[in-house]
Design a protein around this ligand. Structure first.
Ligand SMILES: *Cc1c(COP(=O)(O)O)cnc(C)c1O
Length: 482
């Protein structure tokens, strides 16, 4: 596809509004003006409309195709949530409008939603209080780690270590490190969950807490979860639950009941709003009773007269983690989603997420090497088989071949504990027909890996760009040079 500049024809113009009858002289001093005129592309309006429409049609998203990106739930986002978030009363609300008194009428509705969402998330997770401010999952993790640090400071505890299993999401150790902790990785056992002997050895008085991605990045729920929390609590540590993918257990089980002290949710994965593309997200953090005083300011409270207000007077608070109230529009979409589903609907979300992942796992396990035995939760992880490896076929080749077949590739090369990993999360919103089409494509690719591996190495042949140098592309953002 040509760039807009390459389509330019000297003298071509868009809309012609006729000569202006308003004087157009602007007084800009000469030193601020450039000598030659700016080289802008010259096109007709139709050229421009076609150019941008063509670009938009190359967008890949859940609204166009299946997007089984492991760990980064790409599920369908009901349009009713978008519609409600676009209501002018929400979308045009200025964050500096007064809460009460003059203009208070305008903000009470938004404050009520933040307050109600706090109550709903408490119910969903079993925690005692929430902040809605963090603007992403990783931001929620950092907020949680800052709360952990504040708790230990307040108790006079001198602790420097945060534990994280080697199957943790990559952001977990990063968040703990940014909060000032030294991260000690705990190995997995032969079943793919954290090794309990290794954990027992790692738990010392130095341990401030543990960060547990659950289900872990192999899609496995940790069966020792109670024992893990007890062990950590025995040294006055705190247990952190990475609930980014709560769609695996939502409506079925609650981190608060397992004994966790801090939990973050990616509402942009679990409760509507697809993740990714750099779009907005929200990572509310919930805490147990003893950590509520440390939550960021401000918190929405409900007063005796039924009005809502923002509370700033929280002496033990870790302070601000985001301007104003975080990504209100994303919390609002999640709120709509929760109310639409209700308790039973949320439980069905988890049932379908788990059923779909196990369906794909079952259908593909004779064609790819499964990274873990047994039943998985919301996602499954495969590796290449030995014969694929002998033919020089890598996870990347399989991912690229999927693009030619109309599917977004799964996450590849993560988790890092699995060689040639392909991490597939179908999500609860996909139909059996879609899953069957994906499975058929994956099986066709597995057969090609034996019969014609070169064909896979040439993929994708249908995309505008075939195989850019991905390392260079990440470091040199000039895509025109690739
Ligand atoms: C996506 C994800 C995160 C990070 O969330 P972001 O919104 O991308 O910052 C953390 N943990 C897990 C398990 C995740 O899947």
């Amino acid at each position: 596809m040509k760039l807009l500049f390459e389509k330019s024809v000297p003298g071509r113009r868009g809309v012609c509004s006729g000569p202006s009858d308003v004087p157009t002289t602007i007084n800009i001093s000469d030193d601020l003006l450039r000598d030659e005129s700016a080289a802008l592309p010259e096109l007709s309006e139709l050229d421009v409309v076609r150019h941008f429409t063509e670009l938009s049609r190359r967008n890949f998203g859940v609204d166009t195709n299946f997007y089984p990106l492991g760990s980064c739930t790409m599920k369908y986002n009901p349009k009713v949530a978008e519609r409600i978030a676009s209501y002018p009363g929400f979308a045009h609300l200025h964050p500096l409008l007064p809460q009460l008194r003059m203009g208070g009428m305008l903000t009470q509705g938004a404050l009520a939603i933040l307050y109600d969402m706090d109550m709903l998330l408490r119910e969903i997770t079993g925690m005692a209080g929430f902040t809605m401010q963090p603007m992403a999952g990783a931001h929620g993790e950092l907020t949680g780690m800052m709360i952990m640090a504040a708790y230990h400071r307040d108790r006079g505890n001198n602790k420097s270590i945060v534990l994280a299993p080697d199957s943790a999401h990559g952001t977990n150790p990063a968040s703990a490190a940014i909060a000032g902790y030294r991260v000690v990785s705990v190995a997995s056992d032969e079943h793919g969950v954290m090794d309990m002997d290794a954990l027992r050895e790692a738990v010392t008085d130095e341990v401030a807490g543990i960060m547990l991605t659950c289900p872990n990045t192999l899609g496995l729920f940790n069966p020792h979860i109670r024992e893990i929390c007890d062990l950590i609590h025995s040294v006055d540590g705190l247990a952190y639950y990475d609930g980014a993918n709560l769609n695996a257990i939502v409506g079925k089980a609650r981190p608060g009941d397992f004994g966790f002290d801090i939990v973050h949710l990616n509402v942009h994965k679990t409760l509507a709003t697809p993740h990714g593309g750099g779009g907005p997200g929200a990572g509310p953090v919930g805490v147990g009773e003893k950590l509520v005083p440390f939550l960021p300011v401000s918190i929405v409270v409900k007063r005796g007269d039924g009005t809502y207000a923002l509370e700033y007077d929280r002496p033990k608070s870790i302070g601000y983690v985001a301007p104003f109230y975080g990504n209100f529009g994303i919390i609002l979409r999640a709120y709509v989603y929760v109310l639409m589903q209700g308790g039973k609907g949320l439980a069905r979300v988890a049932e379908h997420a788990v059923l779909n992942a196990n369906y794909v796992k079952h259908k593909l396990q004779d064609h790819y090497a499964s990274a873990a035995d047994g039943v998985c939760k919301h996602e499954c992880v495969f590796s290449t088989t030995e014969s694929m490896a002998e033919n020089g076929v890598h996870a990347l080749d399989i991912a690229k071949a999927l693009i030619d077949r109309g599917f977004h590739p799964p996450t590849v090369y993560f988790p890092t504990i699995v060689r040639e990993a392909m991490m597939i999360e179908p999500t609860e919103t996909e139909s059996k027909e879609t899953l069957d089409a994906f499975v058929a494509a994956m099986i066709e690719i597995a057969e090609l890996a034996d019969k014609d591996p070169d064909q896979l190495k040439a993929a994708p042949v249908t995309a505008p760009v075939s195989r850019p140098n991905e390392t260079a592309a990440a470091k040199n953002l000039n895509i025109a040079s690739l």
